[in-house]
Ligand binder design. Structure first.
Ligand code: PNW
Length: 461
């Protein structure tokens, strides 16, 4: 029987635009995801986050749901345009997060707050977005506002969620908002996200948030080569996907090979003296989101290039300076996202982080799977494939802990089915089903299973 450490933090995760709805209420301004989802053809089925799970209006019910699950922590994100539209504090928006945080604390659930889960205020994108340095300063202003408002009650602050997605899917491949396909701008966005992270940690520490833990969540890619001959392909993909963030944030410098690999795209002149030191603020825990590994091969040009990472079907690639890297189809089984299921990548990734950054505790801030629901006439939702996925990945976490990795917690993505970005509502990650139409919350088998894991701190069987 696999057991977890005594103080292990068990939680579930969501993000504001994916669950809240109430897109035009109480003074909320538009974000880049409102604009993107309302542009025909960019999101599957024309879905938007206008209503989403209606979490904004069902807050108490959802807080009770978390309490019934017995989780010790809840990871949510704050909608920047709800609390600071047009750069001005919006009291009704702030009130919502006060009620959320107080409601969690009243139920003995630790609030883990992400400042930026992709919903940039539209006016900041109109001024250039993350490729502009100003955006990093505006982000720090927003961090100050949130630190002053709820900083005395938040357990852990996560500055950014997956800046890889913000920069490369938003500005290089364009499959996420704001939908731009400008590789040089994407690398400038990488830098201003790194800078914004550091500025936000400084800003939070300067407010009532000074006792909270500081963190950032990265979707690190566990990159493997098909054979030893593919070492350089692995190095390139790792540089642009992982070390572009780990370097400045944890070591205070961009990796030299990244600068060289991308020289034809940018001269990195947007990096000013002192920026890397600013990005490198001490953090208390590193958030890791993991779904599947990445398999690459050196491309010699003799055949058509494999592009099986799910990001190459359009014209533009998020993999800047990886023209000679093939992304190779991995063996199944697969989730509904087409992502292969391979928990060994999670153990290896955690052990690598432990080896490369030994002083930095780790937390799995997202892990989970999309599967189609099987609802039986008795109203139950039998998602044994999700239970199997979670079981495998929690076993992998336990193995990493046994191998020495300092892993402090685990958050299932997601508490409930929600707006899965460009896929709309078609891809369902919840351990709780959200009934289309009525938005009723229905426990899937995985929710019952997870409640038992949280209650015992052990995996069954
Ligand atoms: C993460 N990719 O997104 C996000 O943090 C969540 O909001 C999201 O719902 C979840 O994972 C499931 O997708 C990702 O294309 C979106 O590589 C896309 C990718 C990775 C993560």
């Amino acid at each position: 029987m696999t057991a977890f450490p005594e103080n292990f933090l068990w939680g579930t995760a969501t993000a504001a635009y994916q669950v809240e709805g109430a897109a035009a209420e109480d003074g909320r301004g538009p974000s880049i995801w409102d604009t993107f989802s309302h542009t025909p053809g960019l999101v599957a089925n024309g879905d938007t986050g206008d209503v989403a799970c209606d979490h904004y209006h069902r807050l108490d019910e959802d807080l009770d749901l978390l309490a019934a699950l017995g989780v010790g922590a809840y990871r949510f994100s704050i909608s920047w345009p709800r609390v600071r539209p047009q750069g001005r504090a919006n009291r009704p928006g702030l009130d919502f997060y006060e009620r959320l945080v107080d409601g969690l604390l009243a139920r003995n659930i630790a609030p883990v707050a992400t400042l930026y889960h992709w919903d940039l205020p539209q006016e900041l994108e109109d001024a250039g977005g993350w490729p502009e340095r100003e955006t990093a300063y505006r982000f720090a202003d927003y961090a100050t506002l949130m630190g002053e408002t709820i900083g005395d009650r938040v357990h852990t602050w996560i500055t950014l969620n997956e800046p890889w997605c913000s920069a490369y899917l938003g500005y290089a491949s364009g499959v996420h908002a704001p939908g731009r396909t400008e590789p040089a701008a994407a690398l400038a966005a990488v830098h201003h996200l790194n800078l914004g992270h550091g500025l936000a940690v400084q800003a939070l520490r300067a407010t009532g948030a000074k006792d909270a833990k500081m963190s950032v969540t990265l979707n690190l890619h566990h990159v493997r080569g098909v054979s030893e001959a593919d070492a350089d392909a692995v190095r390139r993909a790792d540089a642009v996907a992982n070390r572009a963030f780990l370097g400045p944030m944890l070591e205070g410098a961009y990796p030299r090979d990244l600068i060289e690999d991308t020289a034809a795209v940018t001269d990195w002149s947007f990096v000013r003296d002192g920026d890397e030191a600013t990005a490198c603020q001490p953090i208390d825990v590193l958030g890791v989101n993991y779904y599947n590994p990445t398999l690459v091969r050196q491309w010699d040009g003799s055949s058509e290039r494999a592009t099986a990472d799910g990001h190459q079907d359009g014209a533009a690639s998020p993999w800047i300076a990886c023209e000679d890297v093939e992304f190779v189809q991995q063996p199944g089984p697969y989730t509904e996202m087409g992502w292969n299921i391979d928990e060994t990548g999670l153990t290896e990734l955690l052990l690598r982080l432990h080896r490369d950054h030994p002083g930095t505790p780790l937390m799995i801030t997202e892990n989970g799977a999309a599967f189609a629901d099987v609802v039986t006439p008795d109203g139950r939702v039998h998602d044994e494939r999700r239970v199997d996925y979670l079981h495998r990945h929690l076993t992998a976490v336990a193995e990493a802990i046994a191998g020495g990795a300092d892993v402090r917690g685990y958050f299932v993505w997601s508490l409930m089915d929600n707006f899965e970005w460009a896929h709309g509502y078609a891809k369902r990650f919840g351990i709780v089903r959200v009934e289309p139409g009525t938005l009723e919350r229905v426990w899937k088998d995985s929710a019952h299973w997870y409640r038992d894991v949280v209650a015992t701190g052990k995996l069954p069987g």
